[in-house]
Design a protein around this ligand. Structure first.
Ligand code: MTE
Ligand code: MOS
Length: 775
C-alpha cells in the first residue's frame, strides 16, 4: 500500500497548551489576504442592496408606492414587508421583531424598503424615488419618558435577598442617588454584511458576518418559508462582533435572502458605516437609582437599586441583558440585603443589543460608583472600603441570587496589584501633587471585577464539534464557535493538537458552517472556548481512542499502553509516526471522523424565583488607574493603567493578554469618550467616526501594563483548567472612570462632583462647576 502523508511541517509546535501560539490568521490579517464576506468574489449576475430607512421615530405607513423605484435603471427588485413570503420576524426571544417595517415604523433608521440593483449606487439612487406616506404617532424617546409611561418591551424583573426595607431602616447611614451610563456603538471594523446565493429547489446559502450562524439560518428559513435543512449559513471570520453580531446580523441576512429569492440572483447587502449606526442597536444606556445603607466603617448593609435600560423598539436580548446587570449589581461585594429591579424600557430608537459584558459592565460600574460614594461619605479610602466588603469567608459567600461564591480570588489579586503599584505611596504622592497644583488635579482608583461565566439562559450552554482525520494524517477541525478576532480558533486547534499529541500546524481550522455542526449557540458570554473547546476535545478523544485500539491490536498490548506525543504514537517499545498510524488505520477500515458534544454541568437557574446557580464559575481581575484633569477645560489624560487579570491556566497567554488589553481599552472608551447622542426628534446624530469617538492610539494610557495573574487556577473542570476571558476585562473600565471621579473630587474638596458615564471633558467640567456652585 502506497503511503500518502501530509507534507512535513517546517517548525512544528508540539504540546501547545499554555503556549503563546500566534493567531491562526495573523499573517493573513497583516497581509490583507484574510477573506471576509465582502472579499468573496461576486457570482455572475450578483446584485447589491440598499435599504430605505424610516425618517420618523414612530409613524403609521399609510401607503408605499415603489413603481418609480422599480423603473429606475439597474433595479431588479424593491420589496417591503408585504413581499415577505414567510415570517417577518427576527425576534430571538420574543416574537414580532420585523425585518422590514410592518405597517408602522418605530425608529429613525428602521429599514422600510429593500432594493436590489446592479450596484449599490443605482439602488441608492432608486430609493429616492419611493413614495411613502406616513402618519405621525407619538414617540417615546428617553428612558425617563418610558419609565413615566411604564413602557417596557418585557415585564420588569427583580432579584431579592433579605429584608431590604428593615436593613435600610436599621443602617447607621443611608445614601440615595442617581447614576447613569451611556450607550456604546460596537464599531466593529467590518460592518454588517451578508451574501445570499439562491440554490436549486428553493434552497439558500448565506455568508453572514455573524456570531450566531444557527440563528441566521433559522431566521432566513423563517422569512422564506423554508425548513432549517434548506438553508446553510457559513461564516469564516468577522472583522469584530463585540456582541453586535449576536442577533442583529439576521436582519441583513434575511433582506439579502429575500432579494435573492425574488430575483434569482446572488445578492449582497453590505451596510455602510452610517447606515450600520442608524439601523443596528448598541450597548444599553441605563439610568440607575439606588439607596444604600452602611455603617461607620463603610460596611455595606443594604442595597435597593433600580436599573432602567433603554431597550429600544423591540426586546431583542434586552431582558437577559438587564438580568446580567442585576446579577452583577454587587460585583465583588457581599451585601446582606439586596433588592435589584430591572426595567427594559421601550423607546422609539434602535433596538439595543448585546455588547461585550452584556449588562454586566453597567451593573459593575454602578456598584463601583456606589462604593466610591460610600467611602467618600465616611472619609475613608475607597480601596479600604472595597476590601472590607469583599465576599468570604463564610457566611459572606452567597450572592443575592443564591449562588455560593466558591472561587473568590479578587482579594488576592487586589492585594498583589496594590503592592505592585505601591498604592499607599501613590495616594500620598497624588495628594501632595493636588495640594501643590490649583489647576491640574490627579486622581487614582483601584477596583476589581467578578464576572459570572455561563449563558444565564441555561439551554445555550452546549456545543458541538466535528473532527476529521484525513488518511494523509492531516486534521480538519470544525466547531460551533465563530472567530471574530478573539483567537477562539487557535485555542481550539491547540486543544485538538494536544489531544492527538501532534503539532498545532497539523490542524486546519475550517469556517463555521451550519451544515457541519448544527444547533449551535451564539459565540458569546465569553464561553466560546469553554464550550467548543470541550466539544472538540471530546471529538478528538474519540478518534484517538479508535487509533489507540487499533495500535494496541497490532502489538497485542492494552489500549492504555498506547501513547500519543510529539507527532508519534508509542506502544510496546515501538514508535510510529502519527501519519503512518492513520494511514494504516484507514486501510484497516477504522473510522477517522467524529463529533463531540458538551453541556456545562452544575448550572441551574429559576428565573421566576430569581434563585439558583446560573454561573459555572467566576472570572476575576483588577485594575489600577491614574488620571490628570485640567479643571479649567475638563480635558484629561489617563496617565497610567495597570491590570492583573485571572484567566485560570491560560490556554494561550498571548491571545488572552490581547483580550485583556483590548477589552479594557474598549471599556475605557465606553466610560470616557464614546457618546451616543440623539436629538430631540429621536434622530441619532453620532453615526460616523466624525461624530463618535472611539479610543485611538493617542488615548492609550501613558503607562499601560496588563498581566495575567499567577498562580491562577479554575476550581471547576474547565478545559485544561482555563477561564473565559472575552468580556470580563471590559468591566475594569470602572478604574479609569473612578480615577477621573477622584480627580474631580480633589478639585472640589468636601463635595462630591458627581460624574456619570461617559465622563467626557464636558461632563468633567460640568461636574466640577456644579459642585463648586454648591449643587
Ligand atoms: N475580541 C475581538 N478581537 N473581537 C470581538 O468581536 N468580542 C467579545 C470578546 N472579544 C470580540 C472580542 C465578546 S462580546 C465576546 S462574548 C467574546 O469575545 C466571544 O468570544 P469567546 O467566547 O471566544 O471569548
Ligand atoms: Mo458577547 S456581548 O456575549 O457577544
Amino acid at each position: 500500500m502506497a503511503e500518502r502523508y501530509a507534507p512535513a511541517i517546517a517548525e512544528p509546535t508540539f504540546d501547545p497548551i499554555g503556549k503563546s501560539a500566534k493567531h491562526d490568521s495573523a499573517a493573513l490579517h497583516v497581509s490583507g489576504e484574510a477573506v471576509y464576506v465582502d472579499d468573496v468574489p461576486m457570482p455572475k449576475g450578483g446584485l447589491e442592496t440598499y435599504c430605505l430607512l424610516s425618517p420618523k421615530p414612530h409613524a403609521k405607513i399609510v401607503s408605499i408606492d415603489l413603481e418609480d423605484v422599480l423603473n429606475s435603471p439597474g433595479v431588479h427588485a424593491a420589496i417591503c414587508w408585504k413581499d415577505i413570503p414567510g415570517r417577518n420576524d427576527v425576534g430571538p426571544i420574543f416574537p414580532n421583531e420585523p425585518i422590514l417595517a410592518n405597517g408602522v415604523v418605530e425608529y429613525i433608521g428602521q429599514p422600510v424598503v429593500a432594493i436590489a440593483a446592479d450596484n449599490v449606487k443605482r439602488a441608492r439612487a432608486a430609493a429616492k424615488k419611493a413614495k411613502i406616506v406616513y402618519e405621525d404617532l407619538p414617540a417615546v424617546l428617553t428612558i425617563d419618558d418610558a419609565m413615566a409611561q411604564k413602557a417596557y418591551v418585557a415585564p420588569p424583573n427583580k432579584m431579592e435577598r433579605g429584608d431590604v426595607a428593615a436593613a435600610l431602616a436599621n443602617a447607621p447611614h443611608r445614601l440615595k442617588g442617581e447614576f447613569a451610563n451611556g450607550a456604546q456603538d460596537h464599531f466593529y471594523l467590518e460592518g454588517h454584511i451578508a451574501l445570499a446565493h439562491p440554490l436549486e429547489d428553493g434552497q439558500m446559502r448565506v455568508l453572514s458576518s455573524s456570531q450566531h450562524p444557527s440563528e441566521v439560518q433559522k431566521m432566513v428559513a423563517g422569512c422564506l418559508n423554508l425548513s432549517a435543512n434548506q438553508v446553510t449559513v457559513e461564516m469564516r471570520r468577522m472583522g469584530g462582533g463585540f456582541g453586535g453580531k449576536e442577533t442583529q446580523p439576521a436582519i441583513f441576512a434575511c433582506i439579502a435572502s429575500l432579494l435573492a429569492r425574488r430575483t434569482g440572483h446572488a445578492v449582497k447587502y453590505r451596510v455602510d458605516r452610517d447606515d450600520d449606526f442608524m439601523i443596528s442597536g448598541k450597548r444599553h444606556d441605563f439610568r440607575v437609582r439606588y439607596e444604600v445603607g452602611f455603617d461607620d466603617d463603610g460596611n455595606l448593609l443594604a442595597l435597593d437599586i433600580e436599573y432602567a435600560a433603554r431597550a429600544g423598539h423591540v426586546a431583542d436580548l434586552s431582558t437577559s441583558i438587564v438580568d446580567r446587570a442585576l446579577f452583577h449589581t454587587t460585583n465583588t461585594y457581599f451585601i446582606p440585603a439586596v433588592r435589584a429591579t430591572g426595567y427594559p424600557c421601550k423607546t422609539h430608537t434602535q433596538s439595543n443589543t448585546a455588547f461585550r459584558g452584556f449588562g454586566g459592565p453597567q451593573g459593575i460600574l454602578a456598584a463601583e460608583h456606589i462604593v466610591d460614594r460610600v467611602a467618600r461619605h465616611r472619609g475613608l479610602d475607597p480601596l479600604t472600603v472595597r476590601r472590607r466588603n469583599f465576599y468570604g469567608p463564610a457566611p459572606r459567600v452567597q450572592t443575592h441570587f443564591g449562588q455560593t461564591v466558591e472561587d473568590f480570588v479578587a482579594d488576592k489579586i487586589v492585594a498583589d496589584l496594590a503592592k505592585d503599584v505601591d498604592y499607599d505611596k501613590r495616594r500620598k504622592e497624588i495628594d501632595a501633587f493636588n495640594a501643590a497644583n490649583p489647576i491640574l488635579k490627579k486622581g487614582m482608583a483601584l477596583c476589581a471585577v467578578q464576572f459570572g461565566i455561563s449563558f444565564t439562559a441555561i439551554q445555550f450552554n452546549q456545543a458541538g464539534a466535528l473532527v476529521h482525520v484525513y488518511n494523509d494524517g492531516s486534521i480538519s477541525l470544525n466547531h460551533g464557535g465563530t472567530e471574530m478576532g478573539q483567537g477562539l480558533h487557535v485555542k481550539i486547534a491547540q486543544i485538538v493538537a494536544h489531544e492527538f499529541g501532534v503539532a498545532l500546524e497539523r490542524v486546519r481550522i475550517t469556517a463555521t458552517d451550519t451544515g457541519k455542526v448544527p444547533n449551535t449557540s451564539a459565540t458569546a458570554a465569553s464561553a466560546g472556548s469553554d464550550l467548543n473547546g470541550q466539544a472538540a476535545r471530546r471529538a478528538a478523544a474519540e478518534i484517538k481512542q479508535r487509533l489507540a485500539q487499533f495500535v494496541a491490536g497490532l502489538h497485542g498490548v492494552s489500549e492504555t499502553d498506547v501513547a500519543f506525543a510529539n507527532g508519534e504514537v508509542r506502544a510496546a517499545g515501538k514508535t510510529m509516526k502519527f501519519e503512518e498510524v492513520v494511514w494504516r488505520a484507514y486501510n484497516a477500515r477504522v473510522s477517522l471522523s467524529a463529533t463531540g458534544f458538551y453541556a456545562t454541568p452544575k448550572i441551574h437557574w429559576d428565573r421566576a424565583k430569581a434563585w439558583g446557580r446560573p454561573f459555572f464559575y467566576f472570572a476575576y481581575g483588577a485594575a489600577y488607574c491614574e488620571a490628570t484633569i485640567d479643571t479649567l477645560t475638563g480635558e484629561y489624560k489617563i496617565d497610567r493603567a495597570e491590570i492583573l487579570h485571572d484567566t485560570g491556566r491560560s490556554l494561550n497567554p498571548a491571545v488572552d493578554l490581547g483580550q485583556v488589553e483590548g477589552g479594557f481599552i474598549q471599556g475605557m472608551g465606553w466610560v470616557t469618550s464614546e457618546e451616543i447622542w440623539f436629538d430631540k426628534t429621536g434622530r441619532l446624530r453620532t453615526h460616523a467616526p466624525s461624530t463618535y469617538k472611539i479610543p485611538i492610539a493617542r488615548d492609550m494610557p501613558t503607562q499601560f501594563r496588563a498581566r495575567l495573574w499567577a498562580p491562577a487556577e479554575n476550581v471547576e473542570e474547565t478545559v485544561h483548567k482555563s477561564k473565559a476571558v472575552g468580556e470580563p476585562p471590559l468591566t475594569l473600565a470602572a478604574a479609569p472612570f473612578l480615577a477621573l471621579q477622584d480627580a474631580c473630587a480633589a478639585a472640589v474638596p468636601g463635595r462630591y462632583p458627581l460624574l456619570v458615564a461617559p465622563a467626557t471633558p464636558e461632563r468633567v467640567l460640568n461636574a466640577i462647576d456644579k459642585a463648586r456652585a454648591g449643587a
